[in-house]
Write a protein that binds this ligand. Sequence first.
Ligand code: AMP
Ligand code: GLY
Length: 424
Amino acid sequence: MKILVVGNGGREHALAWKLAQSPRCSRLFVTRPNAGLRTLGTPVDLAPDDVPGLLAFARAEGIDLTVVGPERPLTLGLVDAFEAAGLRAFGPRRDAARLEGSKAFAKAVMTTAGVPTAAYAVFDSLDPARAWVRQLGRGVAVKADGLAAGKGVVLCHTPDEADQALAEMLEGSALGEAGRRVVVEELLEGEEASFIAVCDGQTVVPLASSQDHKRVGEGDNGPNTGGMGAYSPAPVVTSALADEIMQRVMIPTVEALRADGTPFVGFLYAGVMVTPDGIRVLEFNARLGDPEAQVLLVRLQTDLVDVLEAAIDERLDRVSLDWDPRSALTVVMAAEGYPGTVRTGDPIEGLEAAAALPDVQVFHAGARAHEGQAVTAGGRVLTVTGLGASVAEAAQRAYAAVDLITWPGVHFRRDIGWRAIGRS
Ligand code: AMP
Ligand code: GLY
């Protein structure tokens, strides 16, 4: 079958790499592929969020299955448009993707479904928001309602910090429409884990557990990023905790959406904080995490095409997933300046030597092919992934590969997996 992968980052490189291994995949197409994706599929010169363009392409080319990586095309209704045209696309429809596209909507669903989450309120003007923060009398997270490419959350420890964040979102221009409404919620303390499941609207099949490192600096300090590294499994998610997350979070959420007439088909991602008072959901995403996808997909042994098709056809109740028992760990290699303004265009050295190491997969993110050479073209450039008998061994493999790769200004964290390694 002909498969189209929408998106062109590290997550999509891992998705395409896994899809290409299926005996059912005869041809792979990728939107504006990065340097790694270019080796796997035929380039399609359309932006990942150009829904009408992609629909016309898929019809003309006779694409059998379209797999959507990033959130934006989902919130724009790509799956709805493809379905209306009789084409198969994997991911939630627009209404269900609001779980990620609107934090106020996600909170409302959690309230209806009884999902444990931080106390919150929704505001579209400054004064009531400021009053609420003062009345709460503790730290808050101020969150833009809409999609903000990972820049929509400010953690505030004092009312003054909250005042500033609220003013910037509600009245500033940095986030545009996404920040005109905000969710304000109590600040939680604990360890975060990413819990991802594949859903067909009714059945929820959990993937292996994973954890990412959102902060740019070692020891989990400094500004938030899209993720500087990840590993799977995450020891903080014991099997008892995984059961609890399924029973209290994933299943009730999928049931609530189904009852509302907006069934969730796709990857459902819950960002969960394990607090001293129990689990709390921080956010939902309507897709695989990046870089969580890289560590999950190198461990998945089941044919991904079969899994995605079963989800579309509402027969996930007959699917079980097999996992490589080893651990996987990925290190994000970033360009100078990330997560701020980045320097691009630098040639990346050492890719071949790194790829030749055993149990290593180098997935490209912001890397573009230029005259036969991969050059930096974004903030997160590579996700270098290792497999090993333990998280520590997976880390050794990944860092052995990282140490062979370089470009001017490259930076990465040396401590990916520190919590899991400390536990063992
Ligand atoms: P979100 O996009 O909602 O996941 O927020 C981004 C990051 O901000 C999360 O991964 C957490 O690290 C942090 N965060 C979000 N909400 C809270 C909260 N209520 N308390 C503490 N940290 C939070
Ligand atoms: N790594 C976090 C995310 O994909 O949202």
